[in-house]
Design a protein around this ligand. Structure first.
Ligand code: B3K
Ligand code: ZN
Length: 879
């Protein structure tokens, strides 16, 4: 049994810090086993502090304190105390300099938080609370300081020494031959943005000239041999820097901008000031070894981390409850950036697909929390789809309510008002209110209220008066700890279509402005609201929540015919896609209920029509023709029928493949491109559509299609095509699949990022023997529990990306995951906790599976010395 319950941190307990740190001098003697860190903190009592006993309490974990001085004087043991995760110095003066020397062992740091070893290099990860594993400090984001850093290391091992800010002065050599380098960061920053990297690294260089004409050298540092894989990341960085100047008037501020790609990293990347550290997955790419999805990921993440320089670094969070202040806004910014680089419509669909797949389930499950949470045990558990993706939707709604010009004025005001400060989401919204001239008091409930609002719509057309009444009811289901919900301020974009599919002119009753055709933004505020449109000659078909104008679920009793009609005619691309998804979802759920349900001809006709639309963006057509995921279909059922959903989806895919054979083959041929390595949006779209078509054909058991897949695999061109073909071979043809897997491994065995794909693809296979294979792969020489990418590729892909095999009715999947979590927790609690997610929603399954999952969750809870990360998720899930 877990003995002491870890403390709960609450927003309502927030207190300003008793001390501030204005400046920090750090000196590192870097070594993989023994690193010495000397820190001199210039401290002063915070005039805004409301309480304090005169003692200074600094955070520190896993540090060996060797020496401590206050204002140059060594402290006696009576003057300080080391409590479990704190250093307490008694009675310090209002202004002082505290100097400490601590020793750490980076090579023993498997949690990858603080200073750790990745391959042959040393690197850091400090967000959220990793700096306290480097030195004793006020490790909280509302303490912002300038830093001067000295790095000393053996140049044979670590010829490149990097930290935040600008290089300061010449590199030098100490008498013992060690290299000594200085960095200066003039911008006050919270400790979570601190970074150090040391290694034998190669730089890929370019340069960017800012709007005001300052040339900025840009360097991407990689391990030797990877220099030829940085072009796309560099191009994305330059595009992001330009975009932030043009769209937000934000210029880069330091003299250099550095990025380092590392192979052991807990998440995607980290926005450390002037020194972004990246999971190699989000930097390294060439078309023969990375997929189009990888390229899009790189573009988005490089931009995201760069954008943090203003939204996160120059203006940061007062406390971790405000995480969405920087994450929600920065995700919104990277979404808009990517929309401008490729297709806006397709990007919106991808973003909403992700929101529905990840955030909606989170918001209706045991870990549901508001965008600004009120409490946490372990903050690392709150880097969630809610804080990030729903947070981005809240910014998007405000941008929508203000319109582009006022939104820009509001962000200008935000940057002007809060530069150099640590602030709150309320501060952000206040800028929206001031510049927008609107009252967002009610809107702010979006930040504090968890759960996905449900909108129930009903309508009535009165031909006698030509009026159309639309009634919208909103309600938000209860979430853990929040049973009472209040109505939200919801922007609802809609259009009304005539019988030809054209947008009708819209005029609300009582309005004097002339009716305008197109989309209209309604604002909901009450639990029930009725909107009366006048001057209509015929019963319209409503197109609701255009562009997904709010993160809600909308319900309207559409007939299948109306959905097909919207799919064909809606002027809103998002709603055309959404209508197609709803149609497919309905059919699939009917097939789950009644397995013999035939596939209706109109469904296939609509599919064929979309396929034949050669004028449309192939990426968009691919989105329209992609069936909803198994997990998403499960979310729509009161009890998830794991096997029924899998069967229905396979059956429908096979039916599409056999009944639309000719048009699918034609589309496949049409989308093959002469330049397999082209990375334009158009080429990526063609590959997506082509592989989707081939996949349907293969699932129908089509021999010719399987031969095409084999040929596509053998051609070994773009990785997008190779991986798609490999997946088809593995799923269908045992012998050819095995051979292809072997060939693929041999070809790519020296490229870890490609080998991750090899692991993931096998873990996601629908074949019945997949778990046995995954267990065998645990013993593969390339598998390692200490590399998060590998863990995600094998264990994460199985548990999170293979519902039918993970949720096997005999509970073997659950037991497997639990065993792995218990092995991982002592090594890397963040990764262990993340892997748990698929089991937290046990209540959604049948009684047998519920019991099996609960048994495993309880088994975890019984382990002594569990991390706070895993404890929090398991205990809340059992709740
Ligand atoms: N800010 C980091 C995430 C840090 C996660 C710490 N557990 C990456 C990002 O959102 O840009
Ligand atoms: Zn971020």
């Amino acid at each position: 049994m877990y003995r002491t319950t870890p403390p709960v941190i609450r927003l309502s307990d927030y207190q300003p810090p008793e001390f501030l740190i204005d400046h920090v001098q750090l000196r590192f003697e870097l070594d993989a086993q023994q690193t010495l860190v000397e820190a001199e903190l210039s401290l002063r009592r915070n005039p805004a502090a409301t309480r304090g006993d005169g003692d200074l309490r600094l955070d520190g974990e896993q540090l060996e304190l060797e020496a401590i001085r206050l204002n140059e004087r060594a402290l006696t043991p009576a003057e300080y105390q080391i409590e479990d995760a704190h250093l307490r110095v008694r009675r310090v003066p209002d202004r002082c300099r505290l100097w400490t020397r601590v020793r750490l062992n980076p090579s023993a740091n498997t949690a990858l938080e603080g200073l750790y070893v990745s391959g042959d290099m040393l690197c850091t990860q400090c967000e959220a609370e990793g700096f306290r594993r480097i030195t004793y400090f006020l490790d909280r984001p509302d303490v912002m300081a300038t830093y001067r850093v000295t790095l000393i290391a053996d140049p044979a091992r670590y010829p490149v020494l990097l930290s935040n800010g600008n290089p300061a002065g010449d590199e030098g050599r100490l008498d013992d031959g060690r290299l000594c380098v200085h960095w200066d960061d003039p911008f006050p920053k919270p400790s979570y943005l601190f970074a150090v990297v040391a290694g034998d690294l190669r730089a890929v260089e370019d340069r960017f000239e800012t709007a005001s004409g300052r040339p900025i050298p840009l360097r991407i540092y990689v391990e030797p041999g990877n220099e030829d894989k940085c072009e796309h990341a560099m191009r994305s960085l330059i595009a992001a820097m330009r975009w932030d100047e043009q769209r937000y008037g934000r210029e880069y501020d330091l003299e250099v901008f550095n990025i380092v790609a590392v192979s052991h990293f807990n998440m995607g990347a980290m926005e450390n000031k002037g020194l972004n550290v990246f999971n190699a997955k989000y930097i390294l790419a060439r078309p023969e070894s990375a997929t189009d999805t990888d390229f899009a990921g790189i573009e988005g993440v490089v931009a995201h981390e760069y954008f943090h320089n203003w939204t996160g670094n120059r203006i940061t969070c007062r406390d971790w409850f405000q995480l969405s202040l920087k994450e929600g806004f920065t995700v919104y910014r990277d979404q808009e950036f990517s929309a401008d680089q490729g297709s806006r419509g397709v990007k919106r669909i991808e973003d909403v697909r992700l929101l529905r797949a990840r955030q909606f389930p989170e918001d209706s499950g045991p870990m549901a929390h508001p965008v600004r949470p009120d409490s946490y045990i372990e903050i690392n558990n709150f880097y969630t789809a809610t804080v990030y993706e729903k947070g981005a939707e809240l910014v998007r709604m405000q941008a929508h309510l203000l319109g582009p010009e006022r939104f820009r004025q509001a962000t200008d005001l935000y940057f002007e008002r809060f530069d150099g400060q640590a602030v709150t989401t309320d501060d952000f919204v206040a800028c929206m209110e001031t510049a927008g001239g609107i009252d967002l008091t009610q809107f702010k409930r979006w930040y504090s209220q968890a759960g996905t609002p449900q909108l129930d719509c009903a309508d009535r057309f009165d031909p006698a008066t030509g009026t159309y009444r639309l009634e919208v009811r909103q309600h938000t289901p209860a979430t853990p700890g929040q049973t009472e919900k209040q109505p939200l301020h919801i922007p609802l974009a809609l259009g009304l279509l005539d019988a030809e599919g054209r947008d009708l002119p819209l005029q609300l009753q009582g309005e004097t402005t002339p009716p305008a055709p197109g989309t209209r933004l309604l604002e909901l505020r009450e639990s029930v609201e009725t909107f009366v449109f006048t001057g209509l000659a015929e019963q319209p078909v409503p197109s609701l929540l255009r562009g997904f104008s709010a993160p809600v679920q909308i319900h309207y009793p559409y007939t299948d015919a109306q959905l097909s009609f919207l799919m064909a005619h809606d002027s809103d691309g998002f709603n055309r896609w959404d209508a197609a998804q709803t149609l497919a979802q309905r059919l699939l759920l009917a097939m789950v209920e009644a397995p013999g349900t035939p596939v209706p001809a109109p469904f296939l006709d609509a599919f064929a029509r979309a396929l034949a639309d050669e004028a449309a963006d192939p990426a968009l057509i691919a989105e329209v023709l992609t069936l909803p995921a198994e997990s998403y279909l499960g979310d729509q059922m009161s009890v998830v029928d794991v096997d029924g959903i899998h069967r229905a989806r396979q059956t429908l895919a096979a039916a599409i493949g056999s009944r639309l054979r000719a048009p699918l083959l034609a589309a496949y041929e049409r989308t093959r491109s002469a330049d397999a390595f082209d990375l334009s949006h158009a080429s990526m779209g063609r590959r997506a559509l082509g592989n989707l078509c081939l996949g349907y054909l293969v699932r129908a058991g089509d021999g010719e299609a399987l031969a095409l897949a084999q040929r596509q695999f053998d051609a070994q061109q773009n990785m997008t095509d190779v991986i798609a073909a490999l997946r088809m071979l593995v799923e269908t043809a045992t012998e050819a699949g095995e051979q292809a897997l072997t060939a693929f491994y041999q070809r790519w065995s020296s490229e870890p990022l490609v080998i991750d794909k090899w692991f993931a693809l096998q873990a996601q296979s629908h074949r019945v023997d997949t778990l046995a294979r995954v267990e065998r792969l645990l013993a593969h020489p390339d598998f390692s529990l200490t590399n998060p990418n590998r863990v995600r590729a094998l264990i994460g892909a199985f548990a999170g990306g293979n519902p039918v095999r993970f949720h096997a009715a005999d509970g073997t999947g659950y037991r497997f995951l639990t065993d792995r979590i218990l092995e991982l927790d002592p090594l890397n609690p963040q990764i262990a906790s993340r892997l748990l997610y698929p089991m937290t929603r046990w209540r959604r399954y049948d009684p047998g599976r519920q019991q099996l999952q609960r048994d495993q969750l309880e088994r975890i809870l019984e382990v002594e010395g569990l991390s706070n990360d895993v404890y929090e998720v398991v205990s809340k899930s059992l709740g």
